[in-house]
Design a protein around this ligand. Sequence first.
Ligand code: UDP
Length: 235
Amino acid sequence: MQYKRILLKLSGEALMGERQYGIDPKRLAEYAADIKEIAGKGVEVAIVIGGGNIFRGLAGASNGMDRVQGDHMGMLATVINGLALQSALEDVGVQTRLQSAIKINEVAEPFIRRRAIRHLEKGRVVIFGGGTGNPYFTTDSAAVLRAIEINANVILKGTRVDGIYTSDPEKDKSATKFDFISFDDVLKRGLKVMDTTAFTLSQENELPIIVFDMNKKGNLLKVVSGENVGTKVNL
Ligand code: UDP
C-alpha cells in the first residue's frame, strides 16, 4: 500500500445516492465495503463526513435563518451521517469509533487527538463528525485540519467526478483531466477543489489531496495502492 494512514473525505451529498435528500442505505453499504477492503489491508483509515444531504448553514441563511444557528444544524447533520456510516461499517464487521467536534457524549466520543491516533493504531476506523466544531467552516476544512492533526499521509476526496478537469466536464465537452497538478496551478487556474480556507491549509502543511470517483467500486483500493486514479494535488 502506498499510504499508511489516510483521511477520507466523503460529502454528505454522496450519501444520497439517487435520492434527493437523506441517506441511501445501498450507497452507504457500498462505501462500507470499500472502506473495509482497505482497512483489511492494514491502511489506517480516518473519515470526515459532510452534512449537505441533510442541512447546510448557508442554505438556512439564504432563507433568513441566522447563519450560526444554521451551521449548528449543519454540524449536527454531519454527526447523523457519521452514525449512519458507523452503523454500516459495523454491519460488515469493521471496528469503528465516532468522534465529534461538538460534545454529544451519549452519542459519540469527544474529539481527542491522542485517542483518535490510538484507535487508528489499533486498526479501528475513526469517523470525525461535527466538522471543526465552529460555524463558518466547512467539512473540507475539518478534513484538512484532522488530517494534519493525525499526521495522515494524504487526503482522499471521494466525489462523483473522477478528478480535476481544465473546466467543468459536465458543461464543457473539451475539458481534459489532470493526473497531477500543483497547488499553485489550481489557484492560478481558478479550479475548484475545496474551499479556499481548506485548500490553503492543505498547501501550507504540504498535505497532498487526491480527488477521485468514490462511486466506482474498487477505486478506493486503487488509490491507496498508488494507482493513477483521479487527480493528485501536490506541491
Ligand atoms: N459546518 C460548520 N462547521 C464546520 C463544518 C460544517 O458549521 O466545521 C456546517 C455548515 O453549515 C455546513 C454543514 O455543516 O454547511 C454541512 O457541512 P458541508 O457543507 O461541509 O458538507 P458537505 O458539503 O461535505 O456535504
